[in-house]
Design a protein around this ligand. Structure first.
Ligand code: NAP
Length: 309
């Protein structure tokens, strides 16, 4: 019985040491040093090579190292019937909410303007946007979007949220489904994307959607790069339909050096850090799921493969 870590683009070592510290007797293998593939019961993955997971015929669970699972579901050769889990962890919601609140407050308090004025030694006052005057629209009211919506509402912002199925949330105006999207967008001056990446949400941040926002709206994408049609963002910024954007995620990561976003005066970039998975925080739920998978008990945070999240 063994747990296999299949990770690309990041180091496996922090995961190995935290898993070992939590459960010293656990047999941990790190791809590509797999040993006997029939001994693998559980795969902990981040952007595994396509087709790799079907080699393990005794696999009982495929666990994502993060909140998203699109990097697993995009594999056309996934083994059939093996449940997929994701990370749900309060510290990740807290981290995402902190990031989102930082962006919102920077926007309301004209922080970028004051940084520029400081370089030019200029003393000019611009009245802040009051929380109650700012319509914030959050796409996705799940673990992360729901937490950010509640916290922004407590700060006094006008918060609306859009999700797939109808939902009630104190202090948040909620919309759901495609037929309420236009109404939701019309309310929104700052749009925050916290959707999972699925067939229904890919390319959703496009010119048609931007044109339904209030003129001069601001975009925050903290979900996945493939939600955003990059050329459409550039066009919306050019025409003034959008006044700016803060992007934490990109179609190609790291963002290529020659990408126009880097030097765009209206775009703020961070390197996919809005809510990092901290191995020590999430190892307990992974080990719990490892034991549940071995004993055939219901798994924590299993995703609905038919919905894609
Ligand atoms: P979640 O709990 O699964 O919530 C997803 C939300 O999106 C739900 O409210 C869901 O609606 C809604 N949704 C899904 N499909 C939709 C559709 N077609 N139309 C409208 N709404 C739809 O996910 P989460 O844990 O909040 O995470 C969201 C995403 O954030 C992840 O998938 C990941 O890609 C991204 N993320 C980014 C970072 C980062 O560092 N940048 C870190 C972690 C996660 P219902 O409520 O009706 O189901």
């Amino acid at each position: 019985m063994a747990l296999l870590i299949v990770i690309t683009g990041y180091q496996a070592n922090p995961w190995v040491s935290k898993l070992q510290a939590f459960e010293p007797k656990l047999d941990i293998r790190v791809w590509p040093e797999v040993g006997d593939p029939d001994e693998i019961d559980f795969a902990l993955t981040w952007r595994h090579p396509m087709g790799e997971l079907k080699k393990y015929r005794n696999l009982k669970c495929i666990a994502s190292m993060g909140a998203g699972v699109e990097h697993i579901l995009c594999d056309p050769d996934l083994p059939h019937g093996v449940p997929i889990t994701r990370i749900v962890e309060p510290s990740m919601s807290q981290s995402m909410s902190e990031y989102v609140i930082m962006v919102v407050l920077n926007y309301c308090r004209h922080n970028d303007l004051y940084r520029k004025q400081q370089i030019e030694k200029q003393w000019r006052v611009k009245i802040p946007i009051r929380a109650r005057d700012l319509g914030i629209g959050i796409m996705g009211l799940g673990q992360l979007g729901g937490d950010a919506a509640k916290k922004l509402s407590h700060l006094g912002f006008q918060v609306a949220g859009w999700c797939r199925t109808p939902k009630m949330m104190n202090g948040v105006i909620t919309y759901s489904g495609d037929n309420q999207l236009i109404e939701f967008l019309a309310h929104t001056r700052m749009l925050i994307c916290l959707l999972p990446l699925t067939a229904g949400t890919k390319d959703i941040l496009n010119l048609d959607l931007f044109n339904k926002l209030q003129r001069g709206a601001y975009l925050v994408n903290v979900a996945r790069g493939e939600h955003l049609v990059e050329e459409d963002l550039l066009e919306a910024l050019e025409t003034g339909q959008l006044s700016g954007a803060c992007l934490d995620v990109f179609r190609n990561e790291p963002l290529p050096e020659d990408h126009p976003f880097w030097r765009h005066p209206k775009i703020v970039i961070t390197p996919h850090i809005s809510s990092l998975t901290i191995p020590s925080a999430v190892v307990p739920q992974i080990i719990e799921n490892y034991h549940r998978a071995l004993s055939g008990n219901p798994l924590l945070n299993e995703v609905d493969v038919t919905q894609g999240y």
